[in-house]
Design a protein. Structure first.
Length: 320
């Protein structure tokens, strides 16, 4: 058995080189992902999004079960999980940025560290934070964020609802000072508050399954006063795209099975999955799907020839 100070130094020295190499590869994969994202065209765009002048980006986190040996991922008693924080381009239907933390990694802090200019961030209520809202505004971006149903606000102006807004289920559209007297000073500008009708989700049992309880409406806060109320509602509705991607990410691309114990190694795996999604979209001009992924796997394993693969791609490109 090897032992002694010299061996310990060699191990430490080697691990530093491995860590540096992983970071080097990771930075290259990030560059490739950014370059690929720049080449993609909108896939799931809506005509009402034509005048947005910003990139619709849904941000959310998802938990992935970690291995028992990954002590850095320990969260709660005897439960190892990591959290993947994903920035998802809604119109291009691909993830464009990803970070990995331990399971209880703070989602708001992760977004705060990765805010970019020229985006409209679409967020669920876990991201509600006056400080985060102000940081997004200061960076030259915007947000459309669901907030708590019992949020405190002072109405500054009521906007009239047009036919499109009423058809979209808008209950009210207001200019508000959000928060009580102590919190309102944390925002430099008033916000817009929109209430949207939704299907109630009432829990009749006490176990933590089936999602949170939901009343008759959603409250959406935004700094976008230039858009119609029904467009704001439509933007938030498209936030669900990132939830659909999480399922594809885990169950199709295989990222619920981790190939590394190390945080850098897991980020390399997830970046590879993100780049695979982008390459599929670049080649087909369509959203990545299970069927296309299977066809590519069959081609690379020799179970399908080039003609069969191209036939599948051409069929996708002819679809409306």
């Amino acid at each position: 058995m090897l032992s002694g100070p010299g061996w310990q130094s060699a191990v430490t020295y080697g691990s530093i080189h491995v860590h540096a190499a992983a970071l080097h590869v990771q930075s290259h994969l990030h560059v490739i992902a950014c370059h690929s994202a720049g080449q993609l065209r909108p896939i799931s765009s809506h005509c009402k999004f034509d005048d947005l002048n910003s990139i619709l980006t849904a941000v959310d986190g998802t938990l992935i079960n970690a291995l028992s040996k990954m002590t850095w991922a320990l969260w709660k008693k005897d439960h190892n999980v990591i959290k993947a924080h994903i920035h998802f381009d809604i119109e291009k239907y691909v993830p464009v940025k990803m970070t990995i933390t331990e399971g209880n990694g703070n989602e708001r802090n992760e977004l705060s560290d990765n805010i970019e200019t020229g985006r409209t961030y679409v967020l669920d209520r876990g991201y509600r934070s006056f400080t985060l809202f102000q940081e997004i505004i200061d960076k030259g971006s915007s947000f459309v964020c669901r907030i708590m149903d019992n949020a405190v606000y002072q109405t500054l102006e009521d906007f009239q609802l047009d036919t499109d807004a009423l058809s979209a289920g808008i209950v009210f559209d207001k200019k508000v000072s959000l928060g009580g007297s102590q919190k309102s000073n944390e925002l430099s500008v008033p916000l817009r508050l929109i209430s949207i009708k939704c299907t109630p989700h009432i829990k009749h049992y006490k176990i933590g399954r089936g999602g949170p309880q939901q009343g008759q409406s959603l409250l959406i806060a935004t700094d976008r006063f230039d858009l119609d109320a029904d467009v704001i509602a439509l933007i938030f509705k498209h936030r669900w795209a990132v939830e659909v991607f999480f399922r594809f990410f885990k169950h199709v691309l295989g990222c619920r099975h981790l190939l590394s114990y190390d945080q850098n190694g897991i980020e390399l795996q997830t970046y590879a999955a993100i780049i695979a999604c982008m390459l599929i979209s670049l080649w087909t001009g369509r959203k990545p799907t299970l069927r296309t992924y299977e066809m590519l796997c069959w081609y690379f394993t020799g179970m399908a020839d080039e003609e069969e693969l191209l036939t599948h791609i051409n069929r996708l490109q002819k679809q409306d």
